[in-house]
Design a protein around this ligand. Structure first.
Ligand code: PGA
Length: 254
């Protein structure tokens, strides 16, 4: 049966790589993409701000999209060190990750802040990859579904649609740890997300909106995760830094 949604394979490079590393990695992905007729997936890479422009040049025309890892909610102004969605659009970005758990934890980003950022992204006609996910303590306490529901409701931009939002479910305890929930646990959360999206946006829009899984997705577990009915791709950290691994994950989308 064909997939209801085209999978999105998103690489979150985090704070890794100097200019030459980013350009090399991008070049390797472009070469892999060139050898592949009709890929069954969309691909986006989200490099650190410092290398976005050069990676953008390296992937131009390849079919690989450019993204960023964060942005400020405002368009411009006195926000030292921050970068706006309009600046990212100016560099050719089409996607912006917002509300990654490392931003929520390290920078105190609340759902309200994440929502404001997502609205800035959407208003620039870019796609927001909105991240949500429970901590280990929340899962152990049996609160996973409530936490995910609340984060989703609080973080989605007002005018969310399948064209401008991708949701990424990333259990905090699975990020960078090599641990993942079971396939059934992942599907349970993704089904809940889709049901809540249907309540908020209508069944048709929810059926089109992509919900990614993130947290220790690797070549050896990607196939099973990507085969789950409500998993429409991956947000990949560590394994996105090696072109071979990232490509192997993408090729796991059947
Ligand atoms: P990981 O990171 O793949 O290294 O676990 C995922 C993420 O933080 O987006």
């Amino acid at each position: 049966m064909p997939r209801p949604r085209r999978p999105l394979i998103a690489g979150n490079w985090k704070m890794n790589g100097l200019l030459s590393d980013g350009v090399t990695l991008a070049g390797e992905l472009v070469a892999l993409m060139k050898g592949r007729l009709n890929p069954a997936f969309d691909m986006v890479v989200c490099p650190p701000f410092t290398v976005i422009a050069d990676v953008g040049k390296a992937i131009a025309g390849s079919g690989i999209a450019l993204g960023a890892q964060d942005c400020h909610a405002a368009e411009k102004g006195a926000h030292t060190g921050d970068i706006s969605a309009v600046m990212l659009a100016d560099l050719g970005c089409r996607f912006v990750i917002v509300g990654h758990s490392e931003r929520r934890t390290n920078h105190g980003e609340t759902d309200a802040i994440v929502k404001a950022k997502a609205e800035a992204v959407v208003s620039r006609r870019l796609t927001a990859i909105v991240c949500i996910g429970e901590t280990e303590a929340e899962r152990d306490a049996g609160n996973t579904l409530d936490v995910v529901k609340a984060q989703l409701a609080g973080s989605l931009p007002g005018k969310a649609s399948a064209a401008n939002v991708v949701v990424a479910y990333e259990p905090v305890w699975a990020i960078g740890t090599g641990r993942t929930p079971s396939d059934d646990e992942v599907q349970e959360v993704h089904a809940l997300i889709r049901a809540r999206l249907a309540d908020a946006l209508g069944a048709e829009e929810a059926a089109r909106l992509r919900v990614l899984y993130g947290g220790s997705m690797k070549p050896d577990n990607a196939h099973a995760l990507l085969a789950l009915p409500d998993v429409d791709g991956g947000l990949i950290g560590g394994a996105s830094l090696k072109s071979r691994d990232f490509w192997a994950i993408a090729e796991s989308c059947l």
